[in-house]
Ligand binder design. Structure first.
Ligand SMILES: NC(=O)c1ccc[n+]([C@@H]2O[C@H](COP(=O)([O-])OP(=O)(O)OC[C@H]3O[C@@H](n4cnc5c(N)ncnc54)[C@H](OP(=O)(O)O)[C@@H]3O)[C@@H](O)[C@H]2O)c1
Length: 297
């Protein structure tokens, strides 16, 4: 099975602002935490190895955040990469937000302090991507990120939201600031970004990172133990994970998807979603119809 999953060329897409190509499947690092058990940490470390092993010359995105796991997501990943020597196989992405959930304006001094802590925890002199997390005070936090980009310490900057209520504000930011990335929620049963955000990203030349490609547990519950349709083989999807990942990656605005997993075998499975053929337009319509026929929609 694993041999079948690894077949086909690794699919990459260019970051529009720089032309740098990155593999279309990365990893969401939300689940690595200072509260993780030793067994969980061993699994997360193996997940990161699987990610790095699948790089094949173009660093795979590891998406972290200063706020994930009490800082554990950044600090464990940085420690493992240094100890095990796989740092160059990762495209390091993290996020900053000192605004908290409620938003409001923030002090640039606090923003710089959090960004500097990310360099320390990740043990990196240069970070590939740092994004404003959850639309927190974009003028201040994007302004500080731009300073770091100008000095060469952060290579790309961006902004994230996984809330449809914030898409209007996100679209405004995309029109006003010279950002390299936006990161948003997108899944086969959650396609609201197709209306405005994805076309805007294409128009403005902004890379798109997809979060929540499985809707966390939502799609797994809807699929249950249904067999994968045989026609999924027409676009080299050999598992439901690959089916769902290939759906989001098939959209031409999408640069990379960052599924979350703490299971090394799932990571290998997910990486298979970034190899071989992608669904055609007809496949995409058929995929949507299939998912809409499932319970729980
Ligand atoms: N506002 C933001 O900036 C924001 C918000 C939300 C998420 N994010 C980012 O998006 C990433 C992804 O989101 P997420 O992890 O919450 O949700 P997700 O990727 O939609 O789903 C993760 C779930 O899918 C399961 N899974 C993954 N691969 C699988 C496979 N091959 N087979 C079966 N199950 C599989 C995982 O379980 P196992 O662990 O058992 O594999 C986990 O329960 C986060 O890690 C984070 O980096 C950002």
């Amino acid at each position: 099975m694993l041999v079948a999953l690894q077949q086909g060329a690794v699919l990459t897409r260019p970051i529009p602002s720089t032309g740098e190509r990155i593999p279309v499947i990365g990893l969401g690092g939300r689940w690595i935490s200072t509260n993780s058990t030793p067994d969980e940490l061993a699994d997360h470390r193996a997940v990161l190895h699987a990610l790095a092993d699948g790089a094949e010359g173009a660093g795979r995105v590891f998406d972290s955040a200063a706020g994930y796991g009490g800082g554990g997501s950044e600090s464990y990943a940085g420690q493992w990469a240094e100890e095990d020597g796989f740092g160059d196989d990762i495209f390091w992405a993290t996020k900053v937000n000192v605004a908290g959930r409620g938003g409001g304006s923030v002090d640039p001094v606090d923003v710089r302090a959090q960004i500097d802590r990310s360099f320390e925890r990740l043990r990196l002199p240069v970070i590939d991507l740092n994004q404003v997390h959850n639309m927190g005070d974009p003028p201040t936090q994007l302004g500080v990120l731009q300073e770091y980009k100008d000095s060469g310490r952060i290579r790309h900057i961006g902004i994230t939201t996984t809330s449809a209520r914030q898409y209007g504000a996100l679209a405004d930011v995309m029109g006003q600031y010279p950002i390299d990335f936006v990161s948003i929620d997108y899944a086969i049963d959650n396609r609201a970004v197709e209306e405005r955000i994805l076309p805007l990203a294409q128009d403005q030349g902004i890379a798109v990172m997809v979060y929540l490609p499985f809707g966390r547990s939502r799609m797994w519950q809807r699929i249950g133990d249904r067999p994968l349709p045989e026609w999924a083989a027409e676009f080299d999807a050999h598992s439901w994970a690959q089916f769902m990942l290939k759906f989001v990656v098939a959209h031409p605005a999408v640069t990379v998807a960052a599924p979350g997993t703490g299971d090394p075998e799932h990571m290998v499975d997910d990486l298979g979603g970034g190899r071989g053929r992608l669904p055609t337009r007809d496949h995409v319509q058929r995929m949507i119809a299939l998912v809409e026929s499932l319970p729980g929609g």
